[in-house]
Design a protein around this ligand. Structure first.
Ligand code: SAM
Length: 357
């Protein structure tokens, strides 16, 4: 599979050529199916440049839904189990797409609101000015929990505060907007780089493969390159391909965030419970307690599993069983006695990591 390339063609046909479980992150900005019937004019009689492109036209909602189901099905097949997908849309299409995604088995992790700080006014004054688009961020399914989410990086990027699901970002204007003949917009729906920066920085790692089946001006490729990720773009309209290629080839400077990594989390995740047994930090047969009051004792088995009332499972599974919850972080649930005090097993793991350095 060639990376850092743009494929010209229909995305449904092209996606079929990709192997199963091969892509780390997908960003899709599909046609909106705006269903525009008439041209729109400003009060001074100048025409509004809306999305009236041929690629946005479908003969019916059914045709649009079938199209979306087909490309989304392929996306799910080629996404790695650890991968995730973002789909952006407006009120015209995002609810239809959300429904299709859920029916295909995707699991919604967040619906992010892109709050446009400079939206286009509602010239006719017939409704509120529409100032948002929605991004659905989904894993492959409810049980695919090992998707990348760079929590710490995004907190750092947000000045030390956890980022919310409302992103205030302006429309793509000024120097960033690619221009064609006569200084006109080269593409009607070019997305701002800041939007893609948050998507790619939060949900992929350096050298991951980021795929965009509706590449347009190549915003996804440009930002992927600036963040030291690989990209693959698919675009049906030949006229946009040289624009995107020129844009990406011209990039010589990376974003400073391109070298940020979630170090601590990754190191911690690599320590399985059995390691503490092997290192003789915890002994076979030792009791674990669910709280400082020593209730619900489980015993450590030689393979790193716990035995609790004849049930055997990992620290996480037995924790979930006791709490009757779908999941449990066993590291933060189980206590063990050390020097006459009960301590969380997570403290022992942290101690081990500190001494290992
Ligand atoms: C909403 S725009 C994406 C804009 C892009 N995110 C950007 O920042 O420039 C959708 C793009 O998908 C392309 N497209 C539409 N149908 C397609 C298909 N079946 N396969 C591949 N590309 C398609 C259109 O030509 C258009 O450039």
């Amino acid at each position: 599979m060639q990376v850092n390339t743009i494929i010209q063609g229909d995305c449904i046909e092209e996606l079929k050529q990709f192997p199963d479980n091969s892509i780390d992150l997908i960003f899709a900005d599909p046609p909106y199916n705006m269903q525009l019937k008439n041209a729109l004019y400003r009060p001074n009689n100048t025409k509004v440049n809306g999305v009236d492109d041929e690629w946005d036209k479908f003969s019916s909602f059914t045709e649009y839904d079938d199209f979306c189901a087909a490309w989304l099905k392929e996306c799910r097949r080629i996404l790695k189990d650890t991968g995730s997908i973002w789909v952006i849309g407006s009120y015209h299409n995002i609810f239809r797409i959300g429904n299709i995604m859920l029916n295909l088995g995707f699991w919604i992790l967040n619906d992010v609101t892109w709050y446009k700080t400079n939206p286009m006014p509602n010239f006719l004054g017939t409704r509120f000015t529409n100032a948002i688009e929605t991004l659905l961020w989904c894993s492959k399914g409810e049980w695919h929990k090992k998707y990348t989410f760079n929590h710490k990086i995004m907190k750092k990027y947000n000045g030390g505060k956890q980022m919310t699901s409302v992103w205030q970002i302006g429309l793509c204007i000024g120097d960033e907007r690619l221009k064609g003949d006569g200084g006109k917009k080269a593409h009607s729906t070019q997305k701002p780089e800041e939007l893609l920066k948050r998507v790619i920085l939060s949900t992929s790692k350096q050298n991951d493969i980021v795929l965009d089946p509706f590449f347009g001006t190549g915003t996804t490729g440009a930002v992927a390159k600036k963040l030291k990720r690989n990209f693959i773009g698919i675009e049906k309209e030949p006229e946009y391909i040289p624009l995107a290629k020129k844009r990406i080839d011209a990039i010589k400077v990376f974003f400073p965030e391109s070298d940020w990594v979630e170090e601590e989390k990754e190191r911690k995740d690599r320590v399985p419970f059995e390691t503490l047994l092997k290192e003789k930090i915890i002994k076979v047969g030792e009791p674990l307690y669910t709280s400082k009051t020593y209730s619900a004792t489980a015993f450590v088995l030689s393979d790193g599993k716990l035995e609790y009332k004849k049930q055997v499972g990992s620290i996480h599974r037995i924790g979930a069983l006791i709490q009757q919850t779908p999941s449990c972080n066993g590291w933060k649930f189980w206590y063990i006695m050390r020097e006459d005090k009960s301590v969380l097993i997570d403290y022992l793991r942290n101690d081990y990591l500190r001494n290992e350095i």
